[in-house]
Design a protein around this ligand. Structure first.
Ligand code: SF4
Length: 499
């Protein structure tokens, strides 16, 4: 069977410049894994990296025309808007090239499959959840797709759907196919585990895998299997920086810690550096020291809040003390972490924001614009599949987007929090605009740019703090926005010597 897998182009959204959760980082390897599994099963595969290679729809149509696939698989990523242009392309490709079956996969189809199948009749099936086993069975027997596990499709009576079977031993998967374009900035994305042992209200990692019984929520590859893939990449390319896309690098408990130590010992013997993502409660001195010794350079820690009550509301199962200990351990080991932080969540109070602000200040997380512009802005993104989405829906508080059931928001419980969230969104979008054009200068350490960033950071932090001290100021949000953005523009255009 000839199967073309498409990573479609994704359009940036001006208003959602730093909302990165329209799919998970781990999904970037999905098509590569499918391609590897299909090849292993004896099929003929073309992987079109329309996103990483910036292909337009004409170039994609040319690839389809040249390859003549019998099955078209599309990793469908939500673009913060209706994907109607992509649906039109899929319809045209199917008709023009007589493609027998079009299937879509990823987080968006998993949670919005009914809407997608309704909006785009050219799509025959949507794959729900983990999909390596589903895709291979579909390629083996596309005519009888209605009998397969893991697909949603139309029936004469409506729809049928089931979640895909999980791969119980991840070491049995072949290594993903990677094209030259899938090394962004020379970085190699790699995954060492799937799922997570926690279940935060805002997260849809575990719901993506369905309610499969018999499989633990967190599944890890063996350190040896991960190293074999790294060794292969070292042998075949010049790339030496690896980023683990695992939502949770550490497995649970003592066994999780032992696995990390073993992996660190093996990584240390390779000439590489790497980055990971982790929960605060897993950061301890022993594993951190071992990972740093092995080449750890970057870590994203999901702190989420500086207030206990909020961590409980988010079902984070961590404490403020654990957050602070994690920061201290990482810094003592020479790592300045990136942090995940949700300043605004649906039930935030002004007091929550004040406690968060104090937490960020005393932990030096408001010292640099690159961090402040995120942590003072981030609001909880409410996507289908998450517990928050379901709970707000049940409470009648969910405002589903006009674009898709996949995305929603809610009215904040407290109007002043809503006003501050709206102000920070506009203010930080304005800053992101400037940073987009000056980011490379900042990264290169250009003194004038660093000075400007420092001045803007001071302005941003001060504005936030002033409003928390005098919430009545929010009645003049428009004036504040105009005043602060004007000051930012002035700072950005000042001559080097005067800023
Ligand atoms: S700890 Fe991270 S990956 Fe795990 S459920 Fe929470 S947000 Fe998701």
């Amino acid at each position: 069977m000839k199967i073309l897998l498409l990573e479609h182009p994704r359009k940036p959204s001006g208003d959602r410049q730093n909302d990165i959760a329209n799919t998970t980082l781990a999904s970037c390897l999905n098509s590569g894994y499918l391609a590897a599994c299909l090849l292993q099963a004896g099929h003929c595969v073309d992987l079109v990296e329309g996103y990483m290679e910036h292909l337009d729809y004409t170039a994609i149509a040319d690839e389809v025309a040249a390859f003549k696939p019998e099955i078209l698989g599309v990793h469908l990523v939500y673009n913060w808007e209706d994907n109607h242009e992509l649906f039109t392309l899929i319809t045209r490709l199917k008709q023009r090239y007589g493609i027998a079956h079009v299937t879509v996969y990823g987080y968006y189809p998993t949670f919005a499959w009914k809407e997608i199948l309704t909006r785009c009749p050219a799509i025959d099936s949507a794959q729900l959840g983990e999909n390596e086993l589903t895709m291979v069975s579909l390629a083996n027997d596309p005519k009888h797709y209605e009998t397969l596990q893991g697909l949603a499709f139309r029936t004469p009576d409506g729809f049928s759907s089931s979640f895909g079977n999980l791969v119980s031993d991840l070491d049995t998967l072949p290594f993903p196919i990677r094209k030259a374009s899938t090394y962004p900035g020379g970085e190699v994305n790699i995954f060492g585990s799937r799922g997570c042992y926690n279940n935060c209200t805002f997260c849809y990692i575990n719901p993506y895998y369905g309610n499969a019984s018999g499989c633990p929520r967190w599944r890890g590859r063996s350190p040896e299997n991960i190293i074999a893939e790294i060794d292969q990449i070292i042998a075949q390319t010049d790339h030496r920086y690896f980023y683990f896309t695992d939502p949770n690098f550490y497995g649970p408990g003592e066994a999780g810690k032992k696995r990390v130590l073993k992996l660190a010992a093996l990584l240390k013997q390779r000439p590489i550096t790497f980055g990971i993502e982790a929960r605060a409660n897993d950061i301890d001195q022993e594993t951190t020291a071992a990972l740093v010794d092995a080449g750890l350079k970057n870590i994203l820690v999901g702190l989420e809040s500086g207030r206990e009550e909020v961590l409980v509301r988010l079902n984070k199962h961590t404490t403020v003390a654990q957050n602070e200990t994690a920061l201290a351990i990482l810094r003592a080991n020479g790592i300045e972490p990136n942090v995940g932080f949700i300043m605004f969540e649906p039930d935030s109070t002004l007091e929550d924001l004040r406690v968060n602000f104090d937490f960020l200040t005393r932990n030096h997380l408001l010292d640099r614009l690159e961090i402040s512009v995120n942590v003072l802005y981030h609001h909880q993104i409410i996507l289908a599949g998450s517990r928050s989405y379901e709970e707000l829906k049940a409470a009648g508080r969910l405002n589903i987007s006009d674009h898709s059931v996949y995305e929603a928001d809610t009215d904040y419980s407290h109007p002043q929090v809503a006003d501050l969230a709206a102000l920070m969104r506009q203010l930080t979008n304005h800053i992101f605009d400037h940073m987009a054009s000056t980011w490379s200068l900042s990264e290169a350490g250009d003194p004038a740019t660093l000075q400007r960033y420092k001045a803007i950071n001071g302005l941003l932090v001060q504005t936030f703090g002033d409003i928390l001290n005098a919430p009545g100021l929010l009645e003049k949000s428009d004036t504040i926005l105009k005043h602060v953005t004007g000051q930012i523009d002035t700072i950005m255009t000042l001559k080097d010597s005067s800023c």
